[in-house]
Design a protein around this ligand. Structure first.
Ligand code: TYD
Ligand code: MG
Length: 473
């Protein structure tokens, strides 16, 4: 009897190794090598069939201006925020991978996209390899999308999928998920890198042959237990990432890779009772519950991709247990907060050693760009002194280690959005370009100057002074 040979493959980068090791020799990730059968027929790590819309052609080289771009035009899905991220919609014959953690809302998003497209009279097919037909129907009922042109097929094997596509001839095919589809010809266990890549490659070929827009759903798990969608990134045309904080309704959609347009756009949704609702004007929503006049709150005009978003940053300072002050952050980079605390101590005489410091970005959004530095530092100074930052002020600058304020990219664009929502004063570095209409500047060379100009001074009473960490300005 012939012995079956096995190899090990990394679930992160897909690199094969002969022997098991705790760490992948190719990408350095830990505990990602899984055993699989070596049938000598797998797509090679480097040179797999790469998905392009360029088939084998007899065409001759032509001047670039003579090439017809019309054939690649995106077709809107009808879900506005998805179309925004895709730069208009899905291109027929292209393959898009939508990755995200389980439960984030991938199936819901794509059911809505299928339904919106079907509502315009294009047959659309959902291949559900995870949920039963009953489950999907119940969800469709709940979302109110039982459309006659929306077709559902529960299948887990590639030949069944191919047959269903020939039968329905859909304009849009969604396979949910790529990790649960199996090609019996590939021999390996479902969910292994070999299966996932083999099935994805077959679907890429199918998309091209039938000129159908294909969307693959891929679960990303932090522990890498499933073959991660990262091994598929080079196979597909577009990779979208669907994200959000577990305890928040806000969902963010971004393009990580996009062959048909820019990757800077951000799509925003709110998960509600009847599915995902697009948020074309999120800034207003983030600030909806803001209480002006509370110390420790500053609004910053953040930029997510190309999209300005006004986000409230909050800080709270409380006496800590001696020797073990607590630091917690939500939606912010903990290292950045630590750095700003050090700058406040050394450059603005605000020592928070011995105090508990809690900071957060409100609304379930993550703000990690340096442009939020000044806002965060002012929120900390405001929390420390108990003096609120005026309600119509935003802060927009990076803070250097010397305490100096530095200009950030696209300041006018950020401040235009701030002015639209009623923030007419902005604390900016001395070098900032002249203000957009409707905005006046509070220019500051450094953090101390910004703190002083906003009047974030310690309470004068001797009793309060002892509790106030701000020593002097
Ligand atoms: P789902 O689309 O199944 O996530 P994924 O495919 O990424 O695993 O969505 C799962 C969550 O969304 C589930 O916890 C329920 C919630 N949900 C709503 O809150 N409202 C809805 O209308 C729907 C359909 C789902
Ligand atoms: Mg799902």
């Amino acid at each position: 009897m012939a012995r079956t040979k096995t190899i090990h493959r990394c679930t992160e980068c897909g690199a094969p190794t002969a022997k098991w090791a705790g760490r992948c020799p190719a990408c350095g990730e830990w505990n990602t090598l899984v055993e699989e059968l070596d049938e000598g027929r797998r797509v090679s790590h480097q040179g797999g069939p790469v998905a392009t819309l360029v088939g084998p052609s007899e065409e001759r080289p032509r001047p670039i201006g003579k090439i017809d771009a019309g054939a690649w035009a995106p077709v809107p899905t009808g879900v506005g925020e998805l179309d925004r991220v895709l730069g208009g919609g899905l291109v027929p014959g292209s393959v898009t991978l939508v990755g995200g953690e389980p439960g984030i809302g991938k199936s819901t998003l794509l059911l809505q996209a299928l339904a919106a497209r079907a509502a315009r009279g294009n047959p659309c097919l959902l291949v559900s390899a995870e949920e039963s037909a009953q489950q999907v129907r119940l969800r469709a009922e709940r979302l109110g999308v039982l459309h006659p042109d929306l077709w559902l097929f529960t299948a887990t094997s590639m030949p069944q999928v191919v047959a269903a596509v020939s039968e329905v001839d859909p304009a849009l095919l969604v396979v949910d998920s790529i990790q649960t589809i199996v090609d019996p010809d590939l021999g390996a266990t479902p969910g292994t890198v070999a299966q996932v890549r083999g099935c994805a490659a077959a679907l890429v070929a199918l998309a091209k042959q039938q000129a159908v827009a294909v969307v693959l759903v891929g679960h990303v798990t932090k522990d890498g237990a499933l073959a991660g969608p990262r091994v598929l990134e080079h196979l597909v045309d577009t990779v979208l990432s669907f994200e959000g904080e577990r305890h928040h309704a806000l969902r963010l959609l971004r393009a990580v890779k996009h062959r048909f347009g820019p990757t800077g756009e951000l799509g925003l949704f709110e998960m509600g009772e009847s599915g995902l609702v697009g948020l074309p004007d999120p800034s207003g929503l983030f600030l909806g519950d803001r209480r002006p006049g509370v110390p420790g709150s500053v609004v910053v005009p953040a930029l997510e991709g190309q999209r300005p978003l006004l986000v409230e940053l909050q800080a709270l300072i409380a006496p800590g247990l001696p020797g073990s002050p607590r630091r917690s952050t939500q939606g912010l980079d903990g290292n950045r907060v630590a750095l700003l605390l050090a700058v406040l101590e050394r450059r603005a005489d605000l020592s928070l050693a011995g105090f508990d410091v809690h900071t957060s970005a409100v609304g379930g959004v993550r703000v990690c760009e340096p442009a939020a530095d000044l806002g965060l530092a002012l929120a900390l100074a405001s929390a420390a002194t108990g003096v609120p930052v005026p309600a119509d002020v935003v802060a927009c600058a990076e803070v250097g280690l010397g305490g100096e304020l530095r200009r950030v990219a696209q300041t006018p664009r950020r401040l235009a959005e701030a002015a639209r929502l009623g923030f007419h004063r902005a604390v900016v570095p001395a070098s900032a370009p002249s203000p957009p209409p409707g905005t006046s500047y509070i220019r500051a060379v450094d953090l101390s100057s910004a703190i002083a100009q906003l009047g974030l001074l310690p309470p004068s009473s001797a009793a309060n002074r002892g509790a106030c960490p701000l020593k002097a300005l």
